[in-house]
Design a protein around this ligand. Sequence first.
Ligand code: ZN
Length: 200
Amino acid sequence: MTILEFVSEFPEEQSCKEHFKAKREKEGVCCKSCKSNALYWLQGEWQWQCKHCSFRTTLRSGSMMENSNLPFRTWYLAIAFMSYSKKGISAHEMRRQFNNLRYATFWSLMHRIRNSMGHRDAMYSLEGMVEFDEGYFEKTTPAGIKLKRGKGSVKQQNVAVMAESIPLESLETGKKNKAVRYFKMQVLNSHKKEAVNQTV
Ligand SMILES: [Zn+2]
C-alpha cells in the first residue's frame, strides 16, 4: 500500500476503528475473564461482550493499543511511517511528524509496534530453500554517552540473516525461480558454532 492509498483508505478515525475491529474479529477476540471466544459486538458501546460471563472487552483491550489514549489513526499512521521508511524512522522524527507530541509517547508507541511486528514474525517459519548468512548491524549509542576510549561510539551487533526462496521450475524455460519471498533476522548472542546452529 502506498502513502496515497493509505490516506484514501484511512481518511479519518472511524475508518481506522472499523478496520481494527474487523482485523481483531478475524484473528478471534478472547474474553480476558473466562477465556471464551464467544463474544458479541455492542454497537453503541464499541465493545464486545462475552456470551458466557458478560465481561466486556474494549476495542483496544488485549491489543498493542491497550491503555493508550492516542487516536487509532495516530497508531495507523505510525505503523505506516515505520513500514514505508526504508532506513527506519526515529522516535524524534516521528514526534516531529505529529506536531511535537511527547517524545516518550512516541518512543513507547514505536516500541510496542516493533514488539508486535517481531511477535508476528516469530509465528512464521521459513520453508523451501533457505539461505543463511551472518551480518553486522551498527548500534550507535545515544548522544552524550561516550564509550570507553578506543571503542568509538559505534557498537556492532551480530545478526543471523535467513532468506527463503522457493526453487520452483518455470514451465516455459525450465529455469528455477530463485526470487526471495521472506527474510528473517535474529540477533546472535554468540559466535560459537553450536549457538549459530541452534538459531538455524
Ligand atoms: Zn467471559
